[in-house]
Design a protein around this ligand. Structure first.
Ligand code: HEM
Ligand code: HEM
Length: 193
């Protein structure tokens, strides 16, 4: 019987895919408002997209943490990276994507807790304005939140470029194991080796 929910050596399962594609959507939402604002200035559209910046960011943080745990749990059963330098680069790239998905919102949240700005998430006031500023909590995000966020966007661009190369130049199965049929052909959930 095919276990559609778990990863196997041949393809990613439904849980991994759900995390992957829903977070791709949320990150696209998060960045589109920021990029449009940078390119064309502020408008009703950027206000609408950016109005959820903190709550959306915290949602991404929580999902990234649960996704990382799920990834560890499935590590032995995931499709293997290729041997050699390219596989190593893919693995390093994926780890870096995880670290940035955690660090970018994580340090922003720390800054919010340590600042006098107050914090409202999902429409609920978590902290009122006017508390005391804690310098060590504010410093990392002040220094790095924007820079690391743009680094994350660049990494995502590189990730998508590599998927396009896999699909159309090397014509291998990399895209289909994240987007193709979620059942193993033959109905056997056995790993590749
Ligand atoms: C928007 C942000 C995106 C992020 C942060 C992201 C992140 C990741 C990560 C961390 C992995 C490793 C598997 C995992 O742990 O889930 C992965 C795999 C994968 N992603 Fe994305 N991804 C994004 C968007 C996309 C898009 C738009 C595509 C398609 C064009 C795509 C195609 C794939 C494929 C095919 C794999 C499997 C790669 C393999 O088997 O080695 N991703 N992605
Ligand atoms: C994955 C989630 C997040 C991404 C991708 C992200 C991305 C960004 C980007 C690209 C900027 C603009 C930097 C610039 O102008 O160059 C920014 C600014 C900002 N973000 Fe986020 N952010 C995330 C999560 C959060 C969270 C959770 C909070 C608060 C709790 C937050 C609060 C802020 C604030 C206050 C600014 C303006 C000050 C600054 O540039 O550091 N962000 N964010």
């Amino acid at each position: 019987m095919a276990h559609r929910w778990r990863d196997t050596g041949l393809r990613y399962g439904l849980v991994t895919r759900l995390f992957h594609w829903s977070m791709a959507f949320l990150l696209c939402w998060q960045f589109s408002g920021l990029v449009l604002g940078r390119l064309f200035g502020r408008s009703w559209l950027t206000d609408a997209l950016n109005g959820t910046h903190g709550s959306l960011g915290v949602t991404i943080l929580i999902m990234a943490a649960v996704r990382a745990l799920w990834g560890f749990y499935n590590l032995k059963d995931r499709p293997a990276h290729e041997h050699g330098l390219l596989g190593l680069a893919a693995r390093a790239g994926h780890i870096l994507l995880y670290l940035l998905m955690l660090a970018v919102p994580g340090m922003a949240l720390l800054r919010a807790f340590g600042s006098e700005w107050g914090l409202t998430l999902y429409g609920l006031e978590i902290m009122a304005k006017g508390g005391e500023r804690v310098d060590w909590m504010v410093a990392p995000a002040r220094l790095l939140h924007g820079t690391l966020a743009w680094t994350l966007l660049t990494m995502i661009g590189g990730h998508i470029a590599m998927v396009i190369i896999h699909r159309f130049v090397w014509k291998d199965e990399v895209l289909s194991r994240m987007a193709g049929p979620s059942r193993n052909t033959g109905g056997v959930a056995a790993p590749a080796e």
